[in-house]
Ligand binder design. Structure first.
Ligand code: LLP
Length: 414
């Protein structure tokens, strides 16, 4: 299903022309499709029907309240990594009992907030964190439900910045130490061991690393059982990739089948933490060509979106397809698609063959994940508006920031 399609010469989101969105809400603007979001979630669930499972959307991929609320209504749980994300999920009517709390640096305040909310599980990433959580829960007269994030030392074969399951990463408890840390956890008065989890990286396009990690985790679960430590749920993390260009990530159905096959005859609940796979291809960043600038070596198309709006190209050299909203026939030219920010790293795409004129609209595709969520105010640029299209209706789910708000929290010395 492609909800971003050319109809009558104009790129649409569902039934709404992106030209209409640009003229009503201006650019740059993130445009999401409700149908694509809903479909991605139900496709992910389809292969899991009949199993005891919980799909926890990784909030960091796209934390807009409207998206969280949509997934909550569809029955999703949430994977959070901060007190801020906890507050968002609660504001979006997410069920606290479906929240898992990941992250290597949880503060005591964040732990308290999560214990007060009554979350499903803390994904604990170190022995020190475990000890702190026991202390915090003890001071509140509560028992903290815990799963240890185990680092299985599996190569996810993805970009080094988004690979998390290798020995040299900061994440999780080293596989060799896991038994010992579980024994410590089991002996703590304010900790209840519930599960085990792992997350080996992001934008993974092969099944093998997931299965390799799961095999190791299952071995650990068995070893724990012999020590009298029962594991009630296995959280396999997120990480399934999407197609940005020509990648062929595992289909949800095959991923689910391979995981469920490994779990046959085991009485455990399965948790998933997908982020990108649920939102990545459900959104585009709409931008306008401000200037065409032919230069000696390259032709530049300077657009009104920049690295502060979509950081992935600058940070990971990530590829996003860039489509003309009203494509012209005729000769194309190779363009560097760049933003107005004062950095040479401020590009959205290299060598894109397009037939462009100033004022044209472009859609940066596959921008629904880690787009707006990583946006900043660099160069005192107000962050873009966000809209969701539902059929022929458009809802503003985040207003464009106002410039005055960008320095409203600042004070002069006198
Ligand atoms: N669970 C945990 C513990 C994670 O750290 C992450 C992502 C996820 C789940 C969701 O992973 P996903 O299904 O989205 O791959 N900014 C980068 C991606 C960073 C991912 C960080 N962790 C990017 O734009 O590619």
């Amino acid at each position: 299903m492609n909800v971003f399609e050319i109809k009558n010469g104009t790129l649409h989101a569902e039934n709404v022309a992106l030209t209409t969105i640009a003229s009503q809400f201006n650019t740059p603007c993130y445009v999401y499709s409700k149908l694509a979001l809903t479909q991605a979630f139900s496709d992910f669930k389809a292969g899991l029907i009949g199993s005891n499972h919980l799909v926890c959307f990784a909030v960091k991929a796209n934390p807009n309240i409207a998206i969280l609320n949509l997934f909550a209504k569809l029955g999703a749980g949430f994977d959070i990594v901060s007190g801020g994300e906890l507050a968002r999920v609660l504001a979006a009517d997410g069920d606290p009992q479906k929240i898992v709390f990941s992250g290597v640096g949880k503060t005591a305040d964040e732990m308290r907030a999560a214990l007060n909310a009554g979350i499903f599980c803390f994904n604990v990433e170190s022995a020190s964190e475990l000890k702190r959580l026991n202390d915090v829960a003890g001071s509140m007269g509560k028992i903290a439900p815990v799963s240890l994030r185990v680092n299985p030392n599996v190569d996810a074969k993805t970009h080094p910045y988004i690979s998390t399951g290798l020995k040299n990463n900061k994440f999780g408890v080293a596989f060799e130490d896991a038994l010992t840390v579980y024994e410590q956890a089991a002996a703590m008065p304010n900790i209840a061991v519930h599960g085990v989890d792992c997350h080996i990286g992001s934008q993974i396009t092969e099944l093998a690393p997931f299965i390799e990690a799961l095999d190791l985790i299952l071995g650990l679960v068995d070893a724990l059982e012999t020590k009298g430590i029962h594991i009630g749920h296995i959280d396999v993390g997120g990480g399934i990739g999407i197609t940005y260009a020509d990648e062929t990530p595992p289909e949800f159905a095959n991923y689910a089948k391979a995981i469920l096959a490994k779990l046959a005859n085991r009485n455990v609940k399965l948790l998933f933490e997908p982020g990108r796979a649920l939102v990545g291809n459900a959104g585009v960043l709409l931008t306008k060509v401000e200037y065409i600038k032919p230069a000696e070596a390259k032709n530049f198309a300077i657009v009104d979106a920049a690295m502060n709006d979509l950081m992935r190209p600058a940070l990971y050299d990530a590829y996003h397809n860039i489509a003309a909203v009203e494509p012209r026939t005729g000769t194309t030219t190779s363009y560097e698609i760049v933003g107005p920010v004062c950095e040479s790293g401020d590009f959205l795409g290299h060598d894109r063959n397009l037939n462009l004129q100033e004022g044209d609209l472009l859609a940066i595709m596959s921008a629904g994940a880690y787009g707006m969520s990583m946006a900043s105010n660099y160069n005192t640029r107000a962050r873009a508006a966000e809209v969701i299209v539902d059929g022929d209706k458009v809802f503003v789910v985040r207003q464009r920031e106002k410039i005055a708000d960008l320095f409203a929290l600042e004070n002069c010395l006198d």
